[in-house]
Design a protein around this ligand. Sequence first.
Ligand code: DLL
Length: 432
Amino acid sequence: MIWNKEAESMRIGERETLQIERLKAILRRAYKNVPYYKNRFDELKVKPADIKSLKDIKKLPFTTKTDLREGYPFGFFAVPRKEIVEVHTSSGTTGKPTVSGYTRKDIDIWGEVVARALTMCGATKNDIIQNGYGYGLFTGGLGVHYGAQRIGATIVPVSAGQTKRHLDIMQDFGSTILTCTPSYALYLTEAVAEAGINIKKLKLKAGCFGAEMWTDRMRDEIEKRFHLLALNIYGLTEIIGPGVAQECDQKNGLHIFEDHFYPEVVSPETLDPLPDGEKGELVLTTLTRDGMPMIRFRTRDITTLRREPCKCGRTLVRMDRITGRSDDMLKIRGVLIFPSQIEKALLEVKGVEPHYQIIVTRPQHLDEIEVQVETSKKLFSDEVKHLEEVKKKIEKHIENSIGLRVKVTLVEPKTLPRSEGKAKRVIDKRQL
Ligand code: DLL
């Protein structure tokens, strides 16, 4: 099923015409109504009228999270504040959060793109969607909520956490679709097992998981334990929230809703645009956002764009699953590594649970990585000799993957902190 066939399966040339028209309009609005954009455009001596084709977008300045913070709280609004009907903020851990403002029309578009995403997961009017994304300033809860309502499905706004309630509702209401972070989905699988719930009695058929990095191996684990189809949803507060891109059942990348969000991939070092198929930082421009247009926003997320046709019939460009961030790429002894590389390597070892934490220290001017990994119950009760073998095996596996020696510590099942929202995978104790 395709929610909006006209938009999602549009002929590519036709979509490009639509994109350039929308881009021109949004640039005019941003330049006229947001002093920040006017100043930056003037500094670079570029005017909205200089953008005549999509390729010209590279003449425009980038916008970063730091820029947005400088405009805190409402400096990026392109409409009078009274036109803004809702605000959300990003989940930043340092400094002021970034604020995202929506007009009534923006909220409608948000509902539309999330409806497309949920439809990719198989959602229809007949479904009961159990929403485990946090409601509140975080965009996950309400974003999924608007999309589900657009479809006419039954939304159950459980929000993040409240594990017992999740388990009860799952059984009593017969929820068919689960939406939450992948780490929380995994946690729920454990809680289900612990509570002695018979998975076969649950009606879950699909899960729409995102808001944090995860891997195919984690997907396999969730699918196996929950007996459902687990698909990846991507988005960010600054652009709209969830619903920027979504994986279809072909599981070969996430379709970007490019009639609303124009994607580019650039080199994080030179900031030059990279051709399709090359890995770099995703940059997004909103094409229809009235309340807060974002021009060339540097997401810091690392991915690759692909335009080969997809069997699902959508003509929307696809992006690979996010493999890291250009800012919290870990630089260990001068080597750039992504936490996801470590995750991938350790999950290839049998008996290892997808719960881990990476701790980076610098004891004597040299970086060291310790990876704390939970083992399965069975493995943990094995002989010490066997545990030692597994530990060595994981160390070898990670070393082969990232080219660096790491120390692995096996910890008892269920001892690492669980998160109800985004999991914290890396603890960097170096004061860099
Ligand atoms: O996480 C929006 C969202 C809610 C997406 C629910 C999907 C589902 P922020 O809190 O602003 O917004 O965080 C955005 O989270 O730049 C990525 O680094 C990361 N992220 C989001 N989705 C994925 C994903 C929401 N599917 C930041 N895979 C983004 C990897 C993701 N990382």
